[in-house]
Design a protein around this ligand. Structure first.
Ligand code: SAH
Length: 221
């Protein structure tokens, strides 16, 4: 056998292990079967280092280098569910590509995903994973995404996968009518998963639950 990545998975990355994760997500309240199907069929072990692959289908965040983490599957599912709740999404902006796992999940459920990452070493790996999986509806850029990607907007949804202290007005300005932003707003041990909507010029936000993400950081590296 070569040491090429086995996308189907064996042992701790097998289909049986993935089924167990999906069962757990269902128990935790994830209801959207389209999302559960995508999580079931997306090889999360391809998004982390081989040394950690045996833990890929645990419902936990895992290190991906550069002091960053791949998000917990429950959080990926929950954020995706909130974004999809009001109907199909055409254009989605993601700030914080990281491993590319959340990007890959969204790309299979929406028309087009735009993703920004400030650490080139992470973005390069994520992009090679998109290619490996044949995901062609993702546009990416190595950039500080704090102010969004105005040239590609407006977006039906924006997902921020690192924690900002507040939602920048620039992001709200890039939302299409009726669009929504989901982000872990706060800092340190005090972050709330927050949905911000923009309907007929009226901006409102709703807090969903406490979460723990790495901080949104300015600048590129
Ligand atoms: N959804 C990703 C989460 C990765 S962690 C996954 O599941 O793998 C958050 C990511 O946001 C990190 O890769 C970090 O480098 C990136 N990030 C932090 N601040 C950023 C900024 N201002 N612009 C773009 N990316 C940023």
């Amino acid at each position: 056998m070569s040491n090429e990545l086995n996308l189907n998975g064996v042992g701790m990355t097998s289909q049986r292990t993935r089924d167990r994760l999906v069962r757990r997500l269902r128990e935790q309240g994830i209801r959207d079967e389209r999302i559960l199907d995508v999580i079931n069929s997306t090889p999360r072990h391809a998004f982390i280092d081989e040394a950690l692959a045996h833990r890929a289908y645990e419902d936990t965040a895992l290190p991906i280098g550069f002091n960053q983490t791949i998000s917990q599957p429950y959080i990926v599912a929950r954020m995706t569910e909130v974004l999809l709740a009001e109907g199909p999404l055409n254009r989605v902006l993601e700030i914080g590509t990281g491993s590319g796992y959340q990007t890959a999940v969204l790309a299979q459920l929406t028309n087009k995903v735009f993703t920004l990452e400030r650490i080139s070493g992470l973005l390069d790996k994520a992009v090679s994973r998109f290619k490996l999986l044949g995901l062609r509806n993702i546009q990416f850029k190595h950039a500080d995404g704090g102010m969004g990607w105005p040239e590609r907007g407006p977006y039906d949804a924006i997902i921020v996968t690192a924690s900002p202290r507040r939602i920048a007005d620039e992001l709200i300005g890039q939302l299409a009518e009726g669009g929504r932003i989901i982000a872990p707003v706060g800092h340190g041990g005090n972050q709330q998963l927050t949905v911000t909507t923009n309907t007929m010029g009226e901006v409102s936000s709703e807090v969903l639950e406490a979460v723990k993400f790495v901080p949104l950081v300015a600048g590129k590296s």
